[in-house]
Write a protein that binds this ligand. Structure first.
Ligand SMILES: [Zn+2]
Length: 287
C-alpha cells in the first residue's frame, strides 16, 4: 500500500458492522470520525441494510436503530446527531453546544446547509451521501472540525475551498495545519454528466483528465474526488495532510455502498460524522 493510500479511508469490522476510518485523522488524537457502509443494519429491500437517512422512505425506527448501531462504538447516541438539510448548495453552518440533537430527527434540523463547523468538543457533525462526497476536516490548532457535503453542484461552487475558508475566518485556523479526508463517492469512470453540466466545469477550468473527459456522445466523465482534492490543495491544505478519495467507489461496490446513480434514486444513504474529542477528566494535555 502506498503512503498516500495509507492516509485515506480504510475498512474496519466490528461484529456485523462495517465502517471506514482514515488513519490520517485517527492519528491526530484530536477528533473521532467514521463513514458508514450499508453493512450491519436492519433496513430491508433496496435499503438493506444500514440506511441512515429518513428521507429515503425507510421506517423511522429502522433509521434510528441503524444510526444507533453505527454511532455506538464511539459513545454517541442517535439523540446527539447534528445535521443540516443538505440542499446541494454551499451554505455553511456553525454548531454550538446548544445544537446537540439538531437534526437527530426530521424537522429538528439546524436549517439548510451543506457544511457544518464547530469548535465544541463531543458534538457529532454529520453528513449523508450515496455517490456525493463528504469532506472531513480537522483544524488542530484551534481545535475545530468540519464536515461538508459535495456533489457536482457543491463541487462546481468550490465547497472544499469554502469550508477551509470558513474554519480560517471563524476560528483563525491555519490551512497549512489542517487535515482533510475525502469520503468514498462515485468514481470518474462510473459517473457521467451531460454536456450542460460538463460545460460548467469546463468554464471553471476543470477540463481534461483526471477531472473531466469525454465519454460517448454528449456524455462526459466527471471525477468529483479529483476536483475536490485539487480544491483542497489550492485552499492551502498540505500534501501530507490530505487523504485523497477515489479509492472507494460507491457505484463499483454494491456490496458496501448505496449508489444513487447505480440504483436510479431508489436507495439508502451512508452517514459520516466527525467530532472533536472530549478530553477526559484527569487527562493531561501536553503542549
Ligand atoms: Zn466506480
Amino acid at each position: 500500500m502506498s503512503a498516500e493510500a495509507g492516509r485515506g479511508f480504510q475498512l474496519y469490522r466490528r461484529g456485523e458492522l462495517q465502517y471506514l476510518q482514515a488513519p490520517l485523522l485517527e492519528r491526530s488524537g484530536l477528533a473521532v470520525h467514521a463513514f458508514s457502509t450499508r453493512r450491519g443494519g436492519c433496513s430491508e429491500g433496496v435499503l438493506a441494510t444500514l440506511n441512515t437517512a429518513f428521507h429515503t422512505g425507510d421506517e423511522y425506527e429502522r433509521v434510528w436503530e441503524n444510526r444507533r448501531r453505527f454511532l455506538e462504538p464511539w459513545g454517541f447516541r442517535p439523540e446527539d446527531v447534528v445535521a443540516a438539510i443538505q440542499v446541494h448548495g454551499v451554505g455553511i453552518r456553525e454548531a454550538g453546544a446548544a445544537d446537540r440533537g439538531r437534526g437527530a430527527a426530521p424537522r429538528s434540523f439546524l436549517g439548510e446547509g451543506d457544511a457544518l463547523i464547530t469548535a465544541v468538543p463531543g458534538l457529532p457533525l454529520t453528513g449523508y451521501a450515496a455517490d456525493c462526497l463528504l469532506l472531513f476536516l480537522l483544524a488542530p490548532d484551534v481545535p475545530a472540525v468540519a464536515l461538508a457535503h459535495a456533489g457536482w453542484r457543491g463541487t462546481r461552487q468550490n465547497m472544499a475551498g469554502r469550508v477551509v475558508a470558513a474554519l480560517q475566518q471563524r476560528y483563525g485556523a491555519e490551512p497549512a495545519a489542517m487535515l482533510a479526508v475525502i469520503s468514498p463517492g462515485i468514481c470518474g469512470r462510473c459517473y457521467t454528466v451531460d454536456g450542460s453540466v460538463a460545460g460548467q466545469f469546463i468554464e471553471a477550468g476543470w477540463e481534461g483528465r483526471p477531472y473531466l473527459w469525454q465519454a460517448a456522445g454528449d456524455a462526459f466523465h466527471l471525477d468529483l474526488a479529483a476536483i475536490n482534492e485539487a480544491q483542497l490543495r489550492r485552499a492551502g491544505i498540505r500534501e501530507e495532510n490530505l487523504a485523497p478519495g477515489g479509492r472507494w467507489c460507491t457505484s463499483c461496490r454494491p456490496d458496501l455502498f448505496y449508489s444513487y446513480r447505480r440504483e436510479k434514486g431508489k436507495t439508502g444513504r451512508m452517514m459520516g460524522f466527525i467530532a472533536l474529542r472530549e478530553v477526559a477528566a484527569g487527562e493531561v494535555s501536553v503542549s
